[in-house]
Design a protein around this ligand. Structure first.
Ligand SMILES: Cc1cc2nc3c(=O)[nH]c(=O)nc-3n(C[C@H](O)[C@H](O)[C@H](O)COP(=O)(O)OP(=O)(O)OC[C@H]3O[C@@H](n4cnc5c(N)ncnc54)[C@H](O)[C@@H]3O)c2cc1C
Ligand SMILES: *[C@@H]1O[C@H](CO)[C@@H](O)[C@H](O)[C@H]1NC(C)=O
Ligand SMILES: *[C@@H]1O[C@H](CO)[C@@H](O)[C@H](O)[C@H]1NC(C)=O
Ligand SMILES: *[C@@H]1O[C@H](CO)[C@@H](O)[C@H](O)[C@H]1NC(C)=O
Length: 528
């Protein structure tokens, strides 16, 4: 007797649906626009842009932070909505579903693969560029941050109210809080206070039904999922409430470079042993090119730092002259690598000159042996691009104390460091050179395989990389298929993310190349 598997039936129904759907829905966005007008949302037409509005291109390009996606062939949205109220988001979510459009949500636009503004199927962008108010409450040590704010704007706003409060988030000030917080978010305060996501205490979002939810209304499962699982799989986040953390009025920074002739190999070997064991107040990040650059933040003055370094890492030969004392917010400007010391640097939404890059990530659990380092130096010499680099962000500290299941971000104890590979692609060099640089990045990544985490080889969702696996562009993607990339980003937390997804968005409306899959393949209600 022959049984057809229920799983197969579901898939077939899913496929039929996808087929019917793509032929029946009209690409005419007029109906979508009419729908928006009919929703009860205040003056929505003032925030809706179609290609016939003269400012459409400038609004679209404003947050395309990766210039390799500025090209004519990059798919463009039918409509861009720049919300000023929750109701604008609610209307967009409801009408997109009624008219067969996908949504891409954009905050700072730093997604390394452009997933906040590119889709292969007809789509609308919700761009939070005008929704970025920040309210700092010094007494309660909290802040409400709207989704379109950047981390630089947050640092700046905190510093206007207090010299001894901070927030543990990323290094590049123009990164947006919408993507950054919902994927984790590490920076120089990670060893002491954890990720940005570890310090979120409430959130406002709109779900697939257009409902406005706060933490209490969304429940702890969904609140868990959006703090590290990538927000865009679950709805649209409007704002975060974060917990601010104490820092001393004076911190110390240094940036020390050592060439191979200056024993860079030996220093990197030593760094791999000491960096994770140092006091939580001291974070030394390592940047590898053809040299080793040690960049550090210490939560205290020089007088305490120097003896600490002499005791734990004397080989580096750090002296007082290498160190600069400043306030914490000034250290964020320093780390941004800006030549200016002005806090205005934190308010620049787009890095200049414009950037183009390919990124990848890894996690290191054991030190790279000396012979392995020789191979890395060799690859950098071959590449010849002075701007390509590999960063090693030390773990230890509080990261060892937070359980893997606390948030979707699973990379906690047992890691030595996060490894990031960022390779700039220069616009003026043309496609061929750019492709060569992308190929070189993949070569370095493949060389690193023997040294980094395995089974699966882990990756950081905020260093978005479509090389590690993608969902089907249209139609159903099974949990098993998505697990290929999902376990790399989320390890054992992937299943729970899929369970939450199945509960809050069972028809998988919020989907993209690396969105969390549902555990069911259902047909939308009312579909013939
Ligand atoms: C130059 C550079 C430096 C970086 N430095 C660091 C660093 O120091 N530390 C670190 O941890 N990471 C760093 N990153 C990675 C960064 O954290 C991610 O790229 C992050 O996702 C960017 O957030 P965004 O809002 O700017 O991006 P976007 O492109 O706007 O969004 C990224 C993703 O989040 C989704 N999203 C955005 N807003 C919302 C919302 N409101 N609701 C739901 N989903 C949303 C998007 O749809 C997309 O999937 C860096 C990246 C770059 C390019
Ligand atoms: C429509 O919006 C107005 C003003 O914002 C509000 O008072 C009213 O209750 C809303 N009506 C519905 C049906 O949501
Ligand atoms: C875009 O053009 C339409 C039609 O002319 C207009 O109604 C709308 O207000 C314009 N959008 C903006 C943001 O000005
Ligand atoms: C490199 O290390 C060797 C041996 O540890 C030491 O003698 C030498 O002075 C170091 N060189 C530099 C430039 O620090």
């Amino acid at each position: 007797m022959k049984h057809s598997s229920p799983y197969l039936t579901v898939v077939v129904i899913g496929l039929l649906f996808a087929l019917a759907y793509s032929t029946s829905h009209t690409h005419d966005h007029e109906h979508f626009l009419q729908c928006l007008q009919l929703q009860n949302s205040t003056s929505i037409s003032e925030v809706v842009y179609t290609p016939s509005n003269s400012s459409y291109s400038s609004i679209l390009q404003f947050s395309i932070q990766n210039h390799r996606f500025l090209s004519k062939t990059t798919p463009k949205p039918l409509v861009i909505v720049t919300p000023l109220h929750a109701s604008h988001v609610q209307a967009t979510i409801i009408c997109s579903q009624l008219h067969g459009l996908q949504i891409r949500t954009r905050s700072g636009g730093h997604d390394l693969e452009g997933l906040s503004y590119i889709s292969q199927v007809p789509f609308v962008i919700i761009d939070f560029m005008k929704y970025r108010n920040i309210q700092v409450d010094v007494e309660k040590r909290t802040a409400w941050v709207q989704a379109g704010a950047t981390i630089g704007e947050l640092y700046y706003s905190i510093s206007k109210k207090s010299k001894t409060l901070a927030f543990p988030a990323g290094i590049c000030p123009s990164v947006g809080v919408g993507g950054h917080f919902s994927g984790g978010g590490y920076g120089y305060l990670m060893r002491k206070y954890g990720l940005a996501a570890d310090n979120i205490i409430d959130a406002h979002m709109v779900d697939v039904k257009g409902r406005f939810l706060d933490r209490e209304a969304m429940g702890e499962d969904l609140f868990w999922a959006i703090r590290g699982g990538g927000g865009a799989s679950f709805g649209v986040i409007l704002a975060w409430m974060v917990k601010l953390v104490p820092v001393p009025p004076t911190v110390t920074v240094f940036r020390v470079e050592r060439t191979l002739e200056q024993n860079a190999t030996m220093l990197v070997m030593k760094w791999q042993i000491v960096a994770i064991k140092l006091h939580k107040d001291l974070t030394i990040r390592l940047i590898l090119t053809t040299k080793a650059k040690f960049e550090a933040l210490f939560l205290g003055g020089k007088d305490k730092l120097i003896p600490l370094m002499q005791e734990r890492f004397p080989e580096l030969g750090l002296v007082k002259e290498d160190c600069t004392e400043m306030s914490w917010v000034e250290s964020t400007v320093y780390m941004a690598g800006s030549s200016s010391k002005s806090l205005q640097v934190l308010l620049q939404r787009t890095p200049s000159p414009p950037q183009n890059y390919k990124g990848k990530s890894d996690f290191l659990k054991h030190p790279i042996p000396e012979s392995g380092l020789e191979g890395i130096w060799q690859l950098f010499k071959e590449n010849g691009d002075k701007d390509a680099f590999m960063e090693l962000v030390p773990y230890g500290g509080i990261m060892d104390e937070i359980p893997e299941s606390e948030l979707p971000y699973p990379h906690r104890s047992g890691n030595l460091c996060l490894v990031g590979y960022i390779v700039p692609l220069h616009q003026e060099d043309g496609d061929e050179v750019a492709q060569r640089h992308i190929d070189w990045t993949r070569k370095l990544y493949s060389y690193m395989e023997r040294f980094v985490s395995k089974c699966p080889r882990k990756a950081y969702i905020n260093y978005r990389d479509l090389d590690i696996g993608v969902n089907n562009i249209d139609g159903y993607t099974s949990y098993e298929q998505a697990s290929i990339w999902g376990h790399k980003y989320f390890n054992n937390n992937f299943k729970r993310l899929a369970l939450v997804k199945t509960k809050v968005d069972p028809l998988n409306f919020f989907r993209y190349e690396q969105s969390i899959p549902t555990l069911l393949c259902l047909r939308p209600k009312g579909h013939k």
